[in-house]
Design a protein around this ligand. Structure first.
Ligand code: ZN
Length: 428
């Protein structure tokens, strides 16, 4: 219980005999004479802001909510006779105001309460709104707090509300669609080029998107918003980028910028950094694996990277790994009649750092430790055929090592590090 600076007189004088909470700065300012308006203790510190008088237009009734247990008084003064206590959280219709007091009607009685402890009722989110999470939340399968938990949603993220149902809002967070409690979403204005979070999982990069670009500059930038900070700042030339028109419209289009998914993240990119074709070499180069591995992880020079020729995204990998990957693909194609699918290969240091920050240690590899940072690893998709039970995985597990590409034992099914999709290059 915090120190009570004002309560003694009240405690003596009230039949309820409830302790007063310490005055927080807002309350202290509103009640400089330390005459309490509050009838009972509040639970924990509150962050609400007192309603200014200007909020009440003369003659206009307004519904507000009490932020504490309040005394309803017969007159707009602390010396007014106490009629009753209005519980915290009660919705009251304000019919008049007078110097810090609001006239309300509660349970058949009309009286006055301190305006300091009234706040506006937050507007409920609706379909199409952008909502900012005011707490860390649980993402659930269905629109109910009893439904299965799928993931946690970070505080402060901005999400597009896809649907609302029974006080819940449907959103997509980190590649998962689910429901969160709508009351913890604060509506934010749609501002062109603003930050908006969507699938942050790289394998959902494609996610039905087909409007493809490639970066035409060295060290391209992905921004969280057009006025915001860089999410990734070292994307190599010829990295694939997908435009997400739907999200761009939701967030608000800005000339000279497009909303994209790239490097497993979403954000804004300048159109001046993008081209419609890849100019990356698809031919093996003279560099050895030893030379590439001597580079700093995530900082491999672009001259040591090549594009996978059969891949429609022209994914970049370390030059010395291409020849064996071509051989592996030829064998895969002979067996299944299709090319090997590659979701990701080279990943820069800034990309790894961004992953580490946004996804955390259980999902992201510690920056600077993954073979993706040298372009000597590939990830295949997380689809059924590439999963532990799938035919592609089984074939790759048995055959890829002939071509110097291996699926490590530590990644096998049952291991805490299980990943069916990750293959490392072990050639020279
Ligand atoms: Zn991987």
């Amino acid at each position: 219980m915090p120190v009570n600076r004002a309560g003694t007189a009240l405690l003596l004088g009230t039949a309820i005999a409830l302790a007063l909470a310490a005055l927080n700065p807002v309350q202290a300012q509103a009640a400089p004479q330390a005459v309490p308006h509050v009838a009972a203790a509040q639970t924990g510190p509150s962050a609400y802001i007192a309603q200014p008088e200007s909020m009440f237009r003369a003659g206009v009734a307004r519904v507000l909510q009490t932020t504490a247990n309040l005394n309803l008084r017969a007159a707009p003064s602390t010396s007014g006779k106490k009629l009753k206590v209005v519980p915290k959280g009660t919705r009251l219709t304000v019919t008049a105001t007078r110097s810090g007091w609001s006239q309300v009607r509660h349970a058949g009685q009309t009286g006055w309460v301190s305006s300091t402890y009234l706040r506006s009722i937050p507007k409920a989110v609706k379909q199409g709104d952008l909502g900012k999470t005011t707490a860390r939340l649980t993402l659930r399968q269905k629109a109910s707090t009893a439904s299965k938990a799928l993931a946690t949603v970070p505080k402060g993220g901005i999400y597009a509300v896809k649907k609302v149902s029974g006080g819940h809002a449907q959103i997509t967070s980190r590649g998962k669609s689910g429901w969160i409690q709508g009351k913890h979403l604060k509506i934010v204005a749609k501002k062109p080029g603003r930050e908006i979070y969507i699938d942050q999982k790289y394998t959902s990069n494609r996610a039905g998107l087909t409007d493809r670009y490639w970066t035409k500059v060295s060290g391209g930038d992905l921004y969280e918003s057009v006025n915001g900070k860089k999410r990734i700042g070292d994307i190599p030339r010829n990295s694939v980028v997908y435009r997400d028109m739907k999200m761009e419209k939701t967030a608000g289009s800005v000339k000279g910028w497009i909303f994209v998914r790239t490097q497993g993240m979403s954000g804004w990119m300048k159109t001046s950094q993008l081209a419609r074709t890849s100019t990356a070499s698809t031919k093996p180069k003279k560099y050895s694996a030893r030379q590439v591995l001597a580079q700093k992880n995530g900082r491999v020079p672009e001259k040591m990277l090549v594009a996978i020729p059969w891949d429609k995204e022209k994914t970049l990998i370390a030059a010395p790994a291409l020849k064996d990957l071509n051989r592996l693909n030829a064998a895969f194609k002979k067996k299944f009649g299709r090319n090997l699918d590659v979701d990701l290969a080279y990943r820069t240091r800034a990309t790894q750092d961004a992953y580490w920050v946004e996804l955390g240690p259980y999902v992201a590899a510690r920056p600077g430790t993954s073979n993706h940072g040298w372009g000597t690893a590939i990830d295949v998709p997380e689809t059924y055929d590439y999963s532990f039970r799938g035919k592609y995985y089984k074939w790759l597990k048995a055959n890829s090592k002939k071509y110097n590409w291996v699926h490590r034992k530590i990644l096998e099914e049952g291991s805490p590090y299980a990943e069916a999709w990750h293959f490392d290059y072990v050639g020279r």
